[in-house]
Design a binder for this molecule. Sequence first.
Ligand code: NIG
Length: 382
Amino acid sequence: MSSAVITGIGELTTNDPGLGRLRDAALVVEDGVVAWVGAARGAPEADERVDVGGRAALPGWVDSHTHLVFAGDRTAEFEARVSGEPYAAGGIAVTVGATRAASDEELAANLRRHVAEARAQGTTTIETKTGYGLTVADEVRSARLAAGVVDEVTFLGAHLVPPGADAAGYADLVAGEMLDAVAPHVRWADVFCEVGAFDEAGSRQVLAAAAARGLGLRVHGNQLGEGPGVRLAVELGAASVDHCTHLTGADVDALAGSPTVATLLPACDLSTRQPLAPARRLLDAGATVALASNCNPGSSYTTSMAFCVATAVLQMGMTVAEAVEAATLGGARALRRTDVGHLGVGARADVHVLDAPSATHLAYRPGVPLTWAVWRAGARVR
Ligand code: NIG
């Protein structure tokens, strides 16, 4: 058994209800897990000692929504958008073409590059989705490649009806043969429930089929307008409904009265020139909120959770404490994980040290790369 004490922590955000936020703290890691947390002066001896010199530490980011199995680039689409073109889900088809044409090696290298980029910025848990294959073979390939690299994999065969396909026939394929082939590689299934993608009936069909095969459910909902996504996610007991940009009062009430997490994607809202999701309304109503990057080449090409936190604080009315919690513990809840997103005893030792005295600097110094050190499961990854 190997142990290490990380000490000299000026401010430690634990997200543990009994511990809260500690000053002059230390934590002991044994075999990749937090074994002790408390005041630095009372810290037990360990095999290794790292003094972080009064810097702030927090749990590693839990990025519960990304689309990292892709090839190609959509700079031209982005340029058109910032010149006034609306975001349309149809751009997904461009990435589908590039992804199908890429080799396994190219896809794996691109995936690993983005995961490494995220880790270097403090992200220690990453969910990613299929959804740029949209054939049985390409969806299985995406899931298989992701399963070897990220923490959580989601099947998103219901991302777009492929150009030329019939919507009902494609939903039957996704809910049948495709789901059977992909299910062994994934924990979750998701649908893009939106005008231009899957309607309520098709979304329900796919989600019900996934639940019947034991997969957990997630929904892309209410991204480009009000719609049935949130209601469906809550009704079917989805772990999370993601985007939540356009919500009715009934949607907010439904989320507040359910365990379904509202995962907000501020970088996507900005990149697609949508309004920012109503974080304050959700929090005030009592909903559980997560923040995630939604890194993908179309609507949100960033791995920066710090950018999402800064945006949530500066433009969405969240406090720093709420935003940091949403990007760590909120993400863990959206993935129904109890081992990450906090630094209580027994948690996976995912520790993110900032080159700053307080987590407040994430919003106070927006855009400044503050990550100083990162441990994942007790191993230093930066
Ligand atoms: O979460 N909304 C659907 N899926 C992605 C966008 C993917 C794309 O444009 O390539 C999203 O924003």
